[in-house]
Design a protein around this ligand. Structure first.
Ligand code: ADP
Ligand code: MG
Length: 247
């Protein structure tokens, strides 16, 4: 059964009061539990697609449909989409002085589930997942992303993902700025996650290394706001050897 169906989606960004069209009719279908990889040159519109799927109000969907879990959510707010089971991890996570990581995640869990979470259970789950990520427990009390290294910010994003257990996780360059070892680790963790949860993934990346441990169902190449190629994981190797030029 299909979890996400994006049909002929066009998206514009407000730029000095003018609307600039960035995505020109994008089609995507992701079934439950599938992992799709979205690649493409800088400025292709990959992040725009992530924001538009998540419902960021700056990214205006002019036409088309976004069917998520059987419902057209194109007019729904970002928090409704999160409640429905969508998650977007940011390319550049925000730093929020004064807001402890654990409070941030607890708010997110309560807002997404619409239920109060019991403190004891929450702390237990958080500690367990932080251990999985090999994060020092003191990070729970530190201000969100403030003074975190690149790798720690990415881990904080993945911690949210683990705690929220969404139906669809969109990961926008979760590997950017990471060293080789951290990237390898993230790749292993994502592979583990895709096996353990039944979540679907849309992994936006330039980095072959982050895909190493993942079993990829489909690869999409976005160029100038259009999907120009789709294929299996052989396309990853093609991009690796040929670049995006000839695609
Ligand atoms: P990618 O993630 O593939 O590198 P983006 O989605 O970030 O590409 O950007 C696609 C295009 O949209 C680029 O030309 C970029 O300059 C433009 N763009 C993205 N965000 C904004 C914004 N907030 N305001 C104006 N233009 C933007
Ligand atoms: Mg981007």
């Amino acid at each position: 059964m299909s979890l996400l169906n994006v049909n002929n989606l066009t998206v514009s960004i407000e730029d000095d009061e003018n609307l600039k069209e960035i995505l020109h009719g994008v089609n995507i279908e992701i079934k439950k539990g599938e992992t799709h990889v979205l690649m493409g040159p800088n400025g292709a519109g990959k992040s725009t697609l992530g924001y538009a799927l998540m419902g960021n109000p700056r990214y205006v969907a002019n036409s088309g449909e976004i069917i998520f879990d059987g419902k057209n959510i194109i007019d729904e707010s970002a928090d409704k989409r999160a409640k429905a089971g969508m998650f977007l991890s940011f390319q550049n996570p925000l730093e929020v002085p004064g807001l402890p990581l654990s409070s941030f995640i607890r708010n997110a869990v309560e807002s997404v589930s619409g239920k109060r979470v019991k403190m004891m259970q929450f702390k237990k789950d958080l500690a367990k997942n932080m251990e999985v990520l090999n994060m020092d427990s003191e990070y729970a009390n530190r201000a969100l992303n403030v003074g975190f290294s690149g790798g720690e910010k990415k881990k904080a994003e993945i911690l949210q993902l683990l705690m929220l257990s969404p139906k669809l996780a969109i990961l926008d360059e979760t590997d950017s700025g990471l060293d080789v070892d951290a990237t390898e680790k993230i790749s292993e963790m994502l592979a583990e996650l895709t096996k353990e949860t039944r979540a679907a993934f849309l992994v936006i990346t330039h980095n072959m290394r982050v895909l190493k441990h993942l079993s990829v169902d489909k690869v999409l190449i976005l160029k100038d706001g259009k999907i120009v190629r789709t294929g299996g994981d052989e396309l990853i190797r093609e991009v690796e050897t040929e670049g995006f030029q000839n695609l």
